[in-house]
Ligand binder design. Structure first.
Ligand code: PBG
Length: 323
């Protein structure tokens, strides 16, 4: 006890760095980008200062730019020219993501390409799959939407996606996607499941960027209740059993307790720092209320401390420049 024991000895400059339990490295980072079929030039995203929607023609340049920073993986979101009730443009061979993948691979062959597998950007109603009437009202239909997810995943893998990432929170989505990929000869394609995804207000800036808000209702009948830790753990456990290669907790920042538990399952785990977490830091820093760089680094190192193997963050490019 004091006076012999003095933990402040551990925090002297130099010693402190030497004793850091976790470190952030560029190779942990995944950079999400928005690719918009409707534009000819990049458009700044108002709700996410510093981020853009890119035309398909610009994705090779973006891939080269990101690769030059040392970040080795991109997560692709598409904004299609046409939406309909059944998300047809999400699995069309000439859809926006299907056009983008080969361009990225041609420009930077070693870039790991991860694709979001979901319907919400491609449906006119904004829900993540097929909707219909249920005994509880109009809602996302689980089983009828599964085949759609399989088709989207296969269409991405056909174009060269390395990892498909289903984010629709349907029961059985990982099993169906694994089976569909294997049948199509894509045994090597990984599945990174958005396994533990909460119904969160922090997706707001993304939804305005990706034009993916639901036109009726909300996503609370498929995304998790933020109050539920045990159910959140079971979601990841089940996706592991269905064959997920990588699990995910999203949003990450407010759910680090969940992240630490999911890490105990033994699979690689991704932390997704979502658009609202990004926007909050940007907004407070723009006011001069917090120091931007240290707030960003702290937000990410805490995800590493909780056990994340990879971190999906809109700050990836900037952070790589600092590391
Ligand atoms: C669904 C999807 C969403 C995000 C990633 N994939 C939105 C949602 O579930 O409504 C949110 C990501 C973010 O907020 O950064 N395709």
């Amino acid at each position: 006890m004091f006076p012999e024991r003095r933990l402040r000895r551990l925090r002297r400059r130099g010693i402190r760095e030497l004793l850091s339990e976790v470190h952030l490295s560029k190779t942990d980072l995944v950079y999400p980008i928005f690719i918009d079929e409707n534009i000819r030039e990049r458009v700044p995203i108002a709700t996410m200062p510093g981020q853009y929607r890119y035309p398909v023609d610009e994705v090779s340049a973006v891939a080269e730019r990101i690769s030059a920073t040392g970040v080795g993986a991109l997560l692709l979101f598409g904004i299609p020219a046409c939406k309909d009730a059944v998300a047809s443009s999400a699995f069309s061979p000439d859809g926006v993501i299907q056009q983008a993948i080969p361009r990225i691979k041609e420009a930077v062959p070693e870039m790991v390409v991860i694709t979001d597998v979901c319907g919400c950007e491609y449906t006119d109603h904004g829900h993540c799959g097929i909707i219909g009437d249920t005994p509880h009202g109009r809602d996302l239909l689980n089983d009828p939407s599964l085949e759609l997810m399989g088709k989207i995943a296969v269409s991405h893998a056909n174009q060269g996606a390395d990892i498909v990432a289903p984010s629709c929170m349907l029961d059985g989505m990982v099993a169906v996607i694994r089976r569909s990929l294997d049948r199509a000869g894509h045994q090597e394609t990984l599945i990174m499941s958005y396994s533990t995804k909460f119904a969160s207000s922090f997706y707001g800036p993304f939804r305005s960027a990706a034009h993916s808000s639901a036109v009726f209702g909300d996503r609370t009948t498929y995304q998790l209740n933020p109050a539920n830790a045990r159910e959140a753990f079971r979601e990841s456990e089940i996706d592991m059993a269905e064959g997920a290669d990588i699990l995910m907790v999203k949003p990450a920042g407010m759910f680090l307790d969940i992240l630490a538990e999911v890490v105990s399952l033994g699979l690689p785990v991704a932390a997704y720092q979502v658009s609202g977490e990004y926007a909050m830091i940007r907004a407070a820093a723009a006011q001069g209320w917090i120091d931007e760089k240290s707030a960003i680094m702290e937000s990410l190192i805490c995800m590493k401390r909780a056990g994340a193997d990879l971190i999906i963050t809109y700050f990836a490019e900037e952070v790589a420049g600092w590391l």
